[in-house]
Design a protein around this ligand. Structure first.
Ligand code: DX5
Ligand code: ZN
Length: 227
C-alpha cells in the first residue's frame, strides 16, 4: 500500500484573533490539524468544540482533532458533532483504548492514536485492527515551536514496519518540530502525514509559501513503492 504524503497545518501558532481568515488561506494543505488541550493531560489549554465548529464553517479541508485531553471518552461525540473527520486520542489518556477506538469509529470518524515520546509502539500491538491513523509525537505535547526529538525518526521506521506487516492501510503521522529541515528524514523513515505548526504560521513567509517549502523539501524523498 502506498500512502501519498499529506500535509496538515496545526493552527496552534496561528493568529487566534483572525482564525477563520488563517484557516481559509491554507493553499496546498491536505488536512487541518486542530490541537485540543485541556490543561490537565498537557500543561496548556487551547479550545473546545465550539471553536472546532467555527473552524468547520471556515474551511473545506478535512479536520483532524488531536485530543490532548484526559478521559477523551467524554468528548468523542462533541468533537464529531463539531465537525471532526478524524479523532486522534492519546494512548496514555485512557484506560480502555480498544473500546475507545471502536467508539470513535462507530460515531463515523476515523480513529487515530497518538504516542508521546516515552510511549513504546508495542502499546499498539493489540489495537492495530481498530486504527486508521497513528501519530508519533516528535515533541512533548503542549506547545508549538519546540525542537524536533531525533529519536522519533527510528520510532517512525519501526512503526511503519509494524504497520506494513499487520495494518498496511493505516496512515502514519508525525507531529512536532516538523519543517523543511526535518520533513525529509521523517518521510524517508515512513511517515506519510506531516503536521506542521510554526513552520507554517510564522513571520518569515505566508502559510501558503511555507507549505510550498515543506512540499519542496520532500520532493521525491522515500518515494515508497507499492506493496
Ligand atoms: C503539540 C501539538 C503539535 C504542535 C506542532 O502539542 O500537538 O501539533 O502544534 O507545532 P510545531 O510544528 O510548531 O512543533
Ligand atoms: Zn498536534
Amino acid at each position: 500500500v502506498s500512502h501519498p504524503i499529506s500535509i496538515a497545518p496545526s493552527i496552534l501558532t496561528a493568529d487566534f484573533g483572525r482564525l477563520a481568515e488563517e484557516v481559509s488561506g491554507l493553499d496546498g494543505a491536505d488536512r487541518l490539524h486542530l490541537d485540543v488541550m485541556d490543561g490537565h493531560f498537557v500543561p496548556n489549554l487551547t479550545f473546545g468544540p465550539v471553536v472546532v465548529s467555527a473552524i468547520r464553517k471556515a474551511t473545506t479541508l478535512p479536520i483532524d482533532c488531536h485530543l490532548m485531553i484526559s478521559t477523551p471518552e467524554r468528548y468523542v461525540e462533541a468533537y464529531r458533532q463539531a465537525g471532526a473527520d478524524r479523532l486522534i486520542i492519546h494512548a496514555e489518556a485512557t484506560v480502555h483504548l480498544h473500546r475507545l477506538l471502536q467508539h470513535i469509529r462507530s460515531g463515523g470518524a476515523e480513529a487515530g492514536v497518538a504516542l508521546n515520546p516515552a510511549t513504546p509502539i508495542i502499546d499498539l500491538d493489540e489495537v492495530l485492527p481498530e486504527l486508521d491513523y497513528v501519530l508519533i509525537m516528535s515533541v512533548n505535547p503542549g506547545f508549538g515551536g519546540q525542537s524536533f526529538i531525533k529519536g522519533a525518526v527510528r520510532k517512525i521506521s519501526r512503526m511503519r514496519r509494524l504497520l506494513d506487516r499487520h495494518a498496511p492501510k493505516v496512515s502514519l503521522g508525525v507531529d512536532g518540530g516538523i519543517g523543511p529541515e526535518t520533513a525529509g528524514q521523517v518521510v524517508e523513515a515512513g511517515a506519510d502525514s506531516l503536521i506542521a505548526g510554526s513552520a507554517v504560521f510564522n513571520e518569515r513567509a505566508s502559510p501558503a509559501e511555507n507549505i510550498r517549502a515543506l512540499r519542496a523539501a520532500i520532493q521525491g524523498v522515500g518515494s515508497r513503492k507499492d506493496g
